[in-house]
Design a protein around this ligand. Structure first.
Ligand SMILES: [Fe+2]
Ligand SMILES: [Fe+2]
Length: 317
């Protein structure tokens, strides 16, 4: 039998599973939850606490799992009785799965549709519950599950959606920001193995060759997705300009003029790189935002961003 990993954060208690779920012990896959059974919420919570990184399903059940995810996402968004941290778990888990799928198979329409659904999920859940943004940020630093790049994508998307909403951008613009946020660093997957560490390396430590390789990622990301009729040009543009700065200090084009929506993704991805990729505290990143980034972004947008972080209590996490 062939197995594929699934995220524990995407599982729900008291729900009948229509597929077998396995746990890996050394080289073996042991049946953990039988098809037709459920898991009680307390057992699931214990499992999450144990830091078991992954469970598995049989490859043939992938579509069933996909359906299960879709149903779960709709459910958490529309159920006001579900706590913010559980919502963050579900939406974050769904979005992470989408980012991973896209990284593995950027050509896949199914993976892209999942990314769109994840972005809409983030938009809806943040609109319905003001506490979810902070929970998503918290989970990302606490959880051992998933890789840094994926967490960064989910966080950037969430920050983009929150800031775009605070700025009163259109619904379409906010959704585009969500999708672009999830995929903004997809170009980093094109880096050779000996440069993969650059995502988690401070710029001060970059060599000339590092910079050369790293500066290519916004364009190579857009190129990977280019020519797909299901991806709109705005999303591609946002990916291309996410490292630009209004001051002209960004890359690859050293733009000096940026649209507000473009500054949103640049600001969100810069901020979360410090926190998620370099391990800064939110407190320190927030301080840096006030001091070092003044010329780099539009003052009004910077102020709005600070306000969002403060209102949601993220600056003190
Ligand atoms: Fe980037
Ligand atoms: Fe990034």
């Amino acid at each position: 039998m062939e197995y594929v990993p699934i995220r524990i954060s995407t599982l729900r208690g008291e729900t009948i599973f229509e597929f077998n779920i396995y746990i890996q012990v050394r080289e073996k896959y042991l049946l953990y939850i039988r098809q037709g059974d459920d898991i009680d919420t307390s057992r699931l919570k214990r499992l999450k606490k144990k830091r078991v990184r992954q469970l598995f399903i049989e490859t043939k059940d992938e579509e069933k799992y996909q359906n299960f995810l879709d149903v779960g996402l709709d459910m958490v968004i529309n159920d006001s009785s579900i706590a913010a941290d559980e919502k963050a778990d579900m939406v974050g888990g769904y979005a992470s799965t989408a980012v991973d799928e896209m990284a593995e198979n950027p050509e896949s329409v199914v993976a892209f549709k999942m990314t769109e659904k994840a972005a809409s999920g983030i938009v809806d859940v943040l609109a319905a519950d003001g506490d979810v943004l902070a929970e998503i940020m918290k989970k990302s630093s606490e959880s051992q599950e998933g890789d840094v790049g994926t967490k960064h994508g989910v966080n950037v998307a969430s920050l983009c959606v929150a800031l775009g909403t605070a700025m009163g951008l259109t619904k379409q613009a906010i959704r585009d920001l969500g999708v672009a946020g999830l995929l903004h660093d997809i170009g980093l997957n094109e880096l050779p193995d000996d440069k993969k560490h650059l995502l988690t390396t401070p710029y001060e430590k970059f060599t000339k060759e590092d910079w050369k390789a790293y500066k290519a990622h916004p364009k190579s990301g857009a190129e990977v997705l280019n020519g797909k009729d299901y991806i709109n040009p705005q999303i591609l543009l946002l990916i291309k300009v996410h490292e630009e700065r209004k001051s002209g200090d960004g890359f690859p084009e050293k733009l000096t003029k940026m649209e507000p929506i473009e500054e949103v993704i640049a600001l969100a991805s810069w901020y979360d790189r410090l926190v998620t990729c370099l391990g800064w505290t939110h407190k320190d990143a927030f301080e840096n935002l006030k001091i070092d980034q003044l010329g780099n972004f539009d003052m009004k947008i910077l102020d709005k961003f600070k306000k969002v972080l403060k209102e949601k209590g993220i600056n003190n996490l």
